[in-house]
Design a protein. Structure first.
Lengths: 313, 442
């Protein structure tokens, strides 16, 4: 029986699409990071002149949405924002019909954020223009993982061999899945930390070399990077955890940060909930690069968009 | 070649007698595996004798040399979508697909619109006007509207022709209502078919819980959601002598353990397995391909291994397709939004031969048993499931060595939601005979 054969028969994603870090290899990741270094939103480059970038957002977003929009505009692309509320989507239009409509309107690329995992992949399999995943359900958030790697590289010589501690709600986090794939592909060593409800044992199967610990101190000890994840109350769906218990055991506090390397970076994809997954003190400490991540997001997304449209130079 | 026109022609001949010559007859219910000729007259098996021993002329002859001649296959689990959802399938189109898959008797689930919970609907399904070319046996809802609260009129449903009760698609969850279902059904010798899923544990889930669901960011159904219900049901069934519990589309190793325990007790516990659960695992969901989304979901490799063992050792009673047609707009959507279910009637035998016989050395006799005598023990279809003289002339003739490629586009079902499109398979139905009439010819 020709098993792989029928999977290949499923439409391939449109060329240039960025659906997840899982599908990239280490070289492609480093290439994108290198490209981002040449991008500066303060010095616009008209790489995407005449291109129409559609931003299709089915979920609320502040930083990702504006970051992609600014990135596209910095390269002279035309951008149009389509939100699920106030559009035909509210009237029940299907994802693919919306995608075909945007294509007919002349979209050259669609950036999509969707609450359901796999939605960008579905679009990419049915379109002939690149689809960039701006976060799909609990699946992946590739541009976030890339901008985090980019941010790390502004402080560290290389990603290879770095100790990365990812602390918090891994199960519900698309950022975590993308970050884990990326770390494994570039040779960083990842320790995951969280309660079993938010970090099931199966998480170690996502990539080679992953470790789990249930003790925050063990996770951060000796770490080069502490990546803090938000407890995603909106995705808990029946998972019952005591937030008080959580903060006691897993909140990233200054005393825990002190166990990491002296030059360790504290990262968070945002939005941060001060007093829950991390203390206010940690969010604002000198080692925190949370604000810098947002800033770097624009350069990284300039690189992603220009690469997707074959205009990378 | 215009196959449709040819079949039509064959059906219109309405041969009163038909002689199947030179085939290898496998009839597990009768303990037969021998070269025999089968003569059918007026819709019944008239003679079954060694080659060339049958005297007298037949209106039509079928050369079955090199082929297996088996009792007509019985599918315990199909969704024919009528009444109410004829855009997915009709009783006529589903029956045509069944004929192409070698099934001469199909038991249809009651989760239609409206739910088949009254004798009137049970009767309606069986009316000639539905256009079924194979035998259709309705399974009626166990509770009104399958809401799990109030039992239906089992006696009336049975009189109207229902062969079992089930709330398939939904489980009968409450302990009290399940106990009542088993008690009342046991008095009528009516099988209770359970879709074993503790839905309190599977909310928002769209596939099996495991590495693949974690990788895809999809919520996973734990195997315990199935096994816990089977365990409970087996215990309840033991409380009533004569209770017949049938576990639909069993998919987990743990549920198999419960079935094995149940079979050692006095209770009549049976179970069925689908071709997709013995052919695929959750890894095959790959990149959100909703043609691999069904309920119960594709499970882990170890669950699949346990099912293969149980198919070989006799624990599993029947292969049932859970044929669940859906329209493209219900499947080609976000994975979590896609409806559960795949079509299966036309690929079942070939998957069984390819996966079970060719890959796992399960004898053809056992495979035929899983399609005939096995399901025939689960529901009471008088005069079917065996080619004994006087039985209905329901026969499936297949070539166990024929290699072919399944093309979904050529399916007789109204729907195309199959994971097996383009698969190269071994074993093909050559002809299907229902009531002495050739209803399908390859």
């Amino acid at each position: 029986m020709h098993h792989s054969h029928c999977i290949e028969e499923m439409n391939k994603p449109a060329r240039g699409s960025l659906l997840g870090i899982e599908h990239l290899d280490g070289g492609e990741i480093l290439g994108l990071l290198k490209l981002a270094r040449r991008m500066n939103p303060m010095k616009p480059r008209p790489l995407l002149r005449g291109k129409r970038v559609l931003l299709l957002f089915y979920e609320p977003s502040t930083r990702t949405r504006s970051s992609f929009e600014i990135a596209a505009k910095s390269m002279a692309a035309m951008t149009t924002l389509v939100l699920s509320s106030g559009s035909s989507i509210e009237k029940g239009e299907s994802l693919l019909d919306t995608a075909y409509t945007l294509r007919a309107l002349g979209a050259d690329l669609i950036v999509v954020r969707h609450p359901l995992a796999g939605a960008p992949a579905l679009m990419a399999r049915h379109l002939d223009i690149p689809v960039v995943n701006a976060g799909d359900g609990m699946h992946e958030h590739p541009s976030q993982a890339l901008l985090d790697a980019y941010t790390i590289l502004r402080h560290k010589k290389t990603l290879k061999g770095l100790q990365v501690a990812i602390v918090g709600d891994v199960y519900h986090s698309r950022v975590a899945r993308s970050a884990i794939h990326l770390s494994a592909k570039v040779g960083a060593r990842v320790t995951l930390c969280g309660p079993p409800e938010l970090l099931p044992e199966v998480a170690t199967t996502l990539a080679p070399g992953l470790h789990i610990t249930r003790t925050a101190e063990d996770a951060v000890r000796g770490a080069d990077v502490i990546m803090v994840l938000r407890v995603q109350k909106e995705r808990l769906a029946g998972v019952k955890i005591s937030l008080q218990n959580y903060t006691e055991r897993y909140q990233v506090t200054m005393s825990r940060v002190k166990l990491a390397k002296r030059d360790a970076m504290v990262m968070h994809p945002g939005p941060i909930i001060r007093g829950l997954e991390l203390t206010s003190e940690v969010a604002d400490c000198p080692q925190s690069v949370i604000v810098e991540e947002v800033r770097n997001g624009v350069s990284m997304r300039m690189a992603i968009l220009s690469k997707a449209l074959g205009r990378a130079r | 070649m215009n196959q449709g026109a040819m079949n039509q022609g064959a059906m219109n001949q309405r041969a009163r007698s038909l002689l199947i010559k030179g085939g290898r007859v496998i009839d597990p219910a009768a303990g037969v595996d021998a070269p025999l000729d089968v003569l059918m007259r007026d819709g019944r098996v008239a003679e079954i004798m060694p080659s060339n021993k049958i005297r007298g002329a037949a209106d039509e002859k079928f050369d079955a040399r090199g082929l297996i001649v088996a009792p007509g296959f019985i599918d315990l689990h199909v969704h024919l979508r009528e009444p109410g959802q004829s855009y997915k399938e009709t009783i006529a189109s589903g029956a045509a697909a069944a004929a192409a898959g070698g099934f001469t008797s199909i038991c249809c689930m009651p989760n239609t619109h409206p739910v088949v919970d009254s004798p009137e609907w049970v009767t309606w399904i069986q009316q000639a006007g539905r256009g079924a070319i194979v035998n259709v046996f309705p399974i009626a809802a166990a509770t009104k509207a399958s809401k799990g609260a109030v039992l239906t009129d089992f006696r009336g449903l049975q009189r109207a022709g229902a062969v079992a009760v089930s709330d398939d698609g939904k489980p009968i969850l409450g302990n009290d209502i399940m106990r009542e279902t088993l008690r009342l059904a046991s008095e009528l010798n009516l099988p209770v078919i359970q879709h074993a899923e503790d839905t309190r544990m599977t909310e928002h889930c769209s596939m099996n819980d495991g590495p693949t669901s974690f990788r895809l960011g999809l919520r996973g159904m734990k195997t315990a959601a199935e096994a816990s219900v089977v365990e409970r049901d087996v215990q309840l069934a033991q409380q009533f002598s004569g209770a017949r519990l049938h576990v639909a589309h069993l998919s987990t190793a743990d549920a198999l353990k419960a079935v094995r325990r149940g079979k050692r007790s006095k209770a009549r516990i049976t179970c069925e397995v689908t071709p997709h659960h013995f052919s695929l695992t959750d890894v095959d969901v790959a990149e959100y391909d909703s043609n691999f989304k069904m309920n119960p979901p594709l499970r882990s490799a170890s669950d699949r291994e346990a099912i293969l063992v149980a198919l070989a050792d006799g624990t599993v009673d029947a292969i049932a397709t859970d044929h669940a047609p859906h329209a493209p707009h219900e499947k080609i959507v976000e994975f979590e939004r896609a409806l559960f279910g795949i079509t299966g009637l036309e690929t079942a035998l070939a998957l069984a031969i390819t996966r079970l016989h060719r890959d796992h050395r399960i004898p053809l006799t056992r495979i035929v048993e899983l399609f005939t005598a096995g399901p025939g023990r689960v529901v009471d279809l008088k005069g079917r499931g065996s080619l004994a003289r006087g039985n209905y002339a329901d026969v499936t003739i297949f070539d166990p060595k024929k290699r072919w490629t399944f093309e979904a586009a050529k399916s007789r079902s109204k729907s195309r939601n199959t994971p097996f499109d383009g698969w190269q398979l071994t074993g093909k139905v050559v002809a299907t005979i229902a009531g002495g009439k050739i209803v399908y010819r390859a």
